[in-house]
Design a protein around this ligand. Structure first.
Ligand SMILES: Cc1cc2nc3c(=O)[nH]c(=O)nc-3n(C[C@H](O)[C@H](O)[C@H](O)COP(=O)(O)OP(=O)(O)OC[C@H]3O[C@@H](n4cnc5c(N)ncnc54)[C@H](O)[C@@H]3O)c2cc1C
Length: 432
């Protein structure tokens, strides 16, 4: 992410956020709040006032009986996970890393894999946000409109609109998550061949609470991950195994092979075939968030699409066929995940059982041809791009694949008619 803001402010209170929004309006500036900058798109960028999250990171309230936690918008996911575990609670599902802020993760629809529980936004039970006129509103599942009245005089469903809001409807100051009692996950990781995985896809996604797999391009090799609840006791990976697999093989050695692959692309198919086997079978169990997440230290570029779950096998076959037709040499495995439908207007899983296909290249490698051709396959089945990852879609396309897109844009027109929270990316994906 690159941004050229005129002013950078790190607010330490809700009031200060509201003051900054009003001051930006007086100065005729645009304003955006950023998270940790982990998006691959310029979704957080601004040429006006950039609000940084570093002093809005606290845990406000934990209510074990209601099963909710309210944290300030800039709270890093790791801090949230640790605070919850200390109180015997947990998020029910999450993505691959835990360095993002809660607001940043929620606003772009960050997700993991799950049969029963969806992404971060699906677990949001309430939001507090500052609107373009400086007004502070709170929306919950019980009072979805918060203080906002619709054009017909009734409540608008601000919670479902603003959960994945791309920062376009307001600056989030706090997020309330629905949480569950802390639980252990038993992880079972196993190498399989492509045909083994594809022939058993329905079984794996139905039988496991969290199933995902990685396919190593140019090879038959896949790494499957099945995570399910267990009563324990926890048996985490021994430190040496964690260091070998997650730090050395998945990061240090993988980074080195990416650099070699950049200089000598011809070696990539051989390296991928070896890598698929090197990350062999392992089983362990640990607190859920420690199983969901792992360190990612190799820099990369990423495109990810959500497609209808029913199309997954055909789409994967089509992507694999592309590799036969093109002379690409791709080091990074392709990641495949699933989630159930949710009701969040701009969530990639809105209203449909979804499968996610994520493709990556080493940060120093050209991505254009690969991302363009895979994107064409995804869009042929009504795919929805991850809002924080690279894609070339515009508002006209997105209006076709999101049934509530028009409602979102209409709400944006009313809440932010002057586009106080606008930026170039939002102009492309939401319209002027
Ligand atoms: C290594 C890596 C691994 C990843 N793994 C996954 C994964 O497993 N699953 C997945 O779905 N994604 C994944 N992502 C993508 C990542 O989760 C999203 O891009 C996420 O939005 C980044 O959060 P952030 O805190 O860095 O927010 P930023 O990228 O800084 O901002 C994202 C958006 O949130 C808005 N925003 C932030 N704070 C506020 C606020 N207070 N109020 C209003 N708007 C706000 C910003 O304006 C911007 O629009 C990964 C990214 C990386 C780099």
């Amino acid at each position: 992410m690159t941004a050229g803001p005129r002013r950078v402010v790190t607010p330490s209170s809700v009031q200060e956020v509201a003051e900054q929004v009003l001051r930006a309006a007086q100065d005729g500036e645009r304003v955006r709040m950023a998270g940790t900058g982990h998006s691959f798109t310029p979704v957080a960028a601004t040429d006006g006032v950039l609000l940084l999250p570093g002093r809005l990171t606290g845990v406000r309230a934990v209510d074990p009986e209601a099963g909710t936690v309210t944290v300030e918008a800039g709270c890093p996911l790791r801090a949230l996970n640790e605070a919850l575990l200390a109180r015997g609670l947990s998020l029910a599902n999450m993505g691959d890393i835990q360095v993002q802020t809660v607001a940043g993760a929620v606003q772009t629809g960050t997700h993991g894999t799950g049969r029963d529980v969806g992404g971060m936004a699906a677990q949001v039970a309430g939001l507090e946000l500052v609107l373009a006129d400086g007004q502070l509103v709170t929306c919950t599942r019980e009072l979805p409109g918060g203080g906002v009245t619709g054009s017909d005089g009734g409540d608008v469903n601000l919670l479902d609109a603003a959960r994945v809001g791309l920062g376009a409807l307001g600056v989030l100051t706090a997020v309330t998550f629905a949480v569950v009692p802390a639980f252990l996950l038993a992880a079972r990781e196993e190498a399989m061949t492509w045909s083994q995985v594809i022939s058993r896809l329905d079984e794996f996604t139905a039988d496991n609470e969290h199933f995902e797999f990685y396919w190593f391009p140019h090879s038959e090799g896949c790494l499957t991950k099945r995570n399910n609840r267990t009563d324990g006791p926890a048996s985490p990976l021994p430190r040496w195994r964690y260091l070998l697999d997650d730090e050395v093989l998945s990061n240090s050695l993988f980074g080195a092979t990416c650099r070699i692959g950049k200089r000598a692309p011809a070696v990539i198919p051989t390296v991928n075939a070896i890598a698929a086997k090197a990350l062999g079978a392992r089983s362990y169990s640990d607190a859920a968030y420690r199983v969901f997440t792992s360190p990612r230290r190799v820099r990369f570029k990423e495109e990810e699409y959500a497609i209808p779950r029913a199309a997954l096998s055909d789409v994967l076959a089509e992507v694999r066929a592309l590799f036969r037709r093109r002379d690409w040499r791709i080091s990074f495995p392709i990641e495949v995940r699933v989630t159930p439908p949710d009701e969040v207007w701009l969530s990639t899983a809105y209203g449909r059982d979804s499968a996610y296909i994520a493709i990556h290249v080493f940060h120093a490698t050209a991505h254009e041809d690969y991302f363009r051709d895979v994107e064409a396959v995804m869009t042929s089945v009504g795919g929805r791009p991850h809002w924080g990852k690279m894609h070339t879609r515009d508002a006209a396309y997105l209006a076709e694949v999101y049934p509530r897109f028009g409602d979102f844009v209409a709400l944006r027109d009313r809440l932010d008619p002057e586009r106080r929270f606008g930026n170039d990316y939002l102009t492309r994906v939401l319209g002027p």
